[in-house]
Design a protein around this ligand. Structure first.
Ligand SMILES: *[C@@H]1O[C@H](CO)[C@@H](O)[C@H](O)[C@H]1NC(C)=O
Ligand SMILES: *[C@@H]1O[C@H](CO)[C@@H](O)[C@H](O)[C@H]1NC(C)=O
Ligand SMILES: *[C@@H]1O[C@H](CO)[C@@H](O)[C@H](O)[C@H]1NC(C)=O
Length: 666
């Protein structure tokens, strides 16, 4: 039916509204403007559509697939489509009047339809004016009306400049990046530089050391094939460290699609900047504990909250007023002056090491000039990063937060207070497995970002979103969402948790004996893990059921496939279970990869025979990076193979099986 309707136009998709009106969404690709389509349908470019999707997901925090009519204005604002309130109300009313099921909910397709309609009308002009008035925003693709590509898209130039400078510094001495670095911040070299995948791999490895085995990156031979492989390695590794890459593929990076490149880079950079803003990594952060405050509270704070705490700790010491955010409150640079003054090296009697911050800039009446004077002081600490004076004065939240995070990493200027009454066991930090689960969730784009596996899951909302990712339908009308009133807020969260456990037992058919909503609600590690593992397991084997391996994929099916594939490949290795000791050498994994993708393994990189602990680890690193490079989205870590962690071992084999069968059938 699809091709009969619109012959020769590709790609497009259509969907049916509940009311029965059909909505056709066009992806304006090159050439589609010449197909003699009727003029009254505005094309929406693929990029616009992705943007709209992003905006929609931001408002639809629970991923229900719907937003309410009263959220429409916020949605338009998110989509950089500013409309006066009355206009939005008009649209909402018109929409509800035409919505036969009167649920006052707007699906993504409906939102796109509204957007499409608006854009075809006079509002288009207003829209364009709003965009061009926003400073530092650049348009590319088509600029006037609908270009041959039907594309009108914008990105923030200041972000590009900030990231280019940061990356230039980070990779300045990397011999593999000589052909890329330094990039010119004033042109589009960043978008061309991501193409061969090397830059992304390197930045990922810097943010989360040892994520990518460099033996697996093709740095010398740069063909379309090797570049694509590098990019697949980069994207799968980005997922593994918790970046959301659901709508990004290697083609987008090869094309250098600016907003996707910037979006991915920001996630990677942020993970690196935030890595040490955590109590277990930096015990001196205990100094930020408030009077009569429980350590638990500090431990459950997000890196951004801790960062604000840190700034205010130093502002208190300076006798300056606290800030509440990295936008409005930092615009005049005054808090920054005091912060720099507090954290600059005092030299401890050694005058050579001492850096005295010049504070006279505080008297400068002009905001932008004052910001420049402040940044010159930051430069003396080698911390002039991420922001220009304009970004400070504009209160750009993202870039100012990055500026401050870098200051924290360079000069925390905290000393660990004496241990009085502090339970050191609480500072142990998360286990490797906890981190893997967290990265998995975050890579699926759950919202808000999960910083702490147990405390961030206590309201049930993340778990409910995960059910949707494994296609267990959630009835969002039954779910309580924030803001909760102070009184009874835990009751509301407990109800969510009860529902989450209920869904697991009744719909997903998980084994949840002895687990109740209250266990999740109180953040019990054992119970939360039991549920989360079954979610991740189901997610992992779902790929296999989807390609028709069988409704119920159990361990034995995977083990049999591994064994028979190894046998077909005439390999010596085999496994009897996911606990098989031989897995600690990673040879079964490497041999399996060699069987399904023969050119991927360089046998001279693989250790065999007698192996030291280090040899095993090297094999494991190699195996995991190669698996990612051939397209398996592996979340497990090298140590999981070396130590034969049966859960994670199972996910590695299941991913490889999925990847192999997909290729065969593809
Ligand atoms: C990745 O990080 C590790 C540890 O920081 C380092 O030894 C290795 O050389 C890095 N690899 C790449 C490809 O940058
Ligand atoms: C930042 O904090 C100030 C108050 O200190 C407030 O007026 C402003 O609305 C806040 N801005 C944002 C973006 O949260
Ligand atoms: C796996 O294969 C080996 C050798 O082919 C065989 O001895 C072993 O029994 C198999 N294990 C399982 C669990 O199928």
């Amino acid at each position: 039916m699809e091709s009969e309707l619109w012959p020769g136009i590709w790609p497009f998709s259509w969907t049916r509204r509940p009311s029965g009106t059909m909505i056709v969404i066009f992806f304006g690709e090159r050439g589609s403007g010449e197909c003699g389509m009727e003029d009254n349908v505005t094309q929406i470019s693929r990029e616009d559509l992705e943007d709209l999707r992003e905006a929609f997901n931001k408002i639809d925090i629970d991923n229900s697939g719907y937003v309410s009519d009263f959220e429409l204005q916020e949605l338009f604002r998110e989509a950089s489509f500013s409309l006066p309130g009355y206009k939005v109300r008009e649209i909402a009313e018109k929409f509800i009047a035409g919505d036969t099921n009167k649920d006052e909910k707007i699906s993504f397709e409906e939102f796109v339809a509204i957007y499409q309609e608006l854009r075809s009308k006079e509002v288009r002009e207003t829209f364009r004016k709003t965009i061009s008035r926003r400073d530092g925003i650049r348009s590319f693709g088509g600029t006037s009306g609908i270009s041959s590509e039907g594309t009108q898209h914008s990105y923030a130039d200041e972000e590009k400049v900030a990231f280019v400078n940061w990356i230039n510094k980070a990779l300045a001495n990397d011999p593999d990046c000589k052909h890329l670095i330094p990039m010119d911040p004033s042109d589009d070299s960043l978008f061309k530089s991501v193409k061969d995948g090397i830059l992304l791999c390197k930045m990922i490895n810097l943010s989360q050391p040892d994520t990518i085995d460099e033996r697996v990156i093709s740095t010398k031979k740069r063909t379309t094939f090797t570049m694509t492989e590098n990019l697949i390695l980069a994207l799968n590794s980005a997922s593994a460290i918790g970046c959301t890459v659901v709508n990004i593929d290697a083609q987008d990076m090869i094309a250098g699609t600016p907003h996707l490149v910037l979006g991915l880079l920001w996630q990677i950079i942020k993970i690196g900047l935030f890595a040490d803003i955590e109590l277990s990594r930096n015990e001196a952060l205990i100094a930020l504990l408030g009077e009569s405050e429980e350590l638990d509270h500090l431990l459950s704070m997000s890196p951004e909250e801790l960062l604000l705490r840190w700034v205010n700790y130093h502002l208190d010491a300076a006798g300056w007023k606290q800030i509440r955010n990295f936008s409005e409150d930092i615009k005049d640079s005054r808090a920054y002056f005091h912060l720099l003054d507090q954290i600059s090296p005092k030299g401890d009697g050694d005058d050579e090491m001492r850096i005295v911050i010049e504070m006279s800039g505080l008297n400068e009446p002009d905001d932008e000039k004052r910001a420049e004077l402040m940044l010159r002081q930051a430069a003396r600490l080698d911390c002039r990063q991420f922001v220009t004076p304009q970004d400070v004065v504009a209160g750009n939240h993202k870039l100012n937060m990055a500026f401050v995070a870098n200051l924290f990493n360079m000069f925390p200027a905290l000393s660990r207070p004496s241990d009085n009454g502090i339970d050191l066991a609480m500072l142990e930090g998360e286990s490797r497995e906890d981190r893997t689960f967290r990265n998995w969730m975050n890579s699926l784009g759950v919202s808000p970002y999960v910083n702490h596996l147990y405390s961030d899951l206590m309201d049930g909302l993340i778990i409910l979103q995960l059910y949707e990712r494994i296609q267990v339908p959630v009835d969002w009308r039954r779910v309580n969402r924030p803001p909760y009133s102070i009184l009874g807020s835990n009751m509301k969260k407990l109800e969510n948790c009860n529902y989450a456990v209920d869904l697991g037992k009744k719909e997903a058919k998980f084994s949840l004996v002895g687990i109740g909503g209250e266990n999740i609600n109180e953040g019990s590690p054992m119970h939360t893990l039991a549920l989360v593992w079954q979610l991740m397991r189901r997610y992992t084997v779902k790929v296999l059921s989807d390609i028709g391996v069988g409704e119920k994929v159990n361990d034995q099916i995977i083990i049999d496939w591994v064994n028979s594939t190894l046998q077909k490949g005439q390999k010596d290795s085999f496994i009897n279970s996911f606990k098989d000791k031989s897995i600690s050498t990673s040879l079964p994994v490497i041999d399996l990869i060699h069987t399904i993708a023969p050119s991927a393994i360089k046998s001279e990189m693989v250790k065999r025979g007698d192996m030291s602990a280090e040899d095993k680890l090297n094999n494991a690193k190699y195996a995991i990076s190669v698996a990612r490079k051939i397209g398996a989205k592996v979340y497990a870590l090298p140590d999981d193979l070396v130590e034969v962690n049966p859960k994670m071992v199972m996910t590695v084999f299941a991913c490889l099986m999925g990847r192999s069968l997909n290729k065969v059938e593809g």
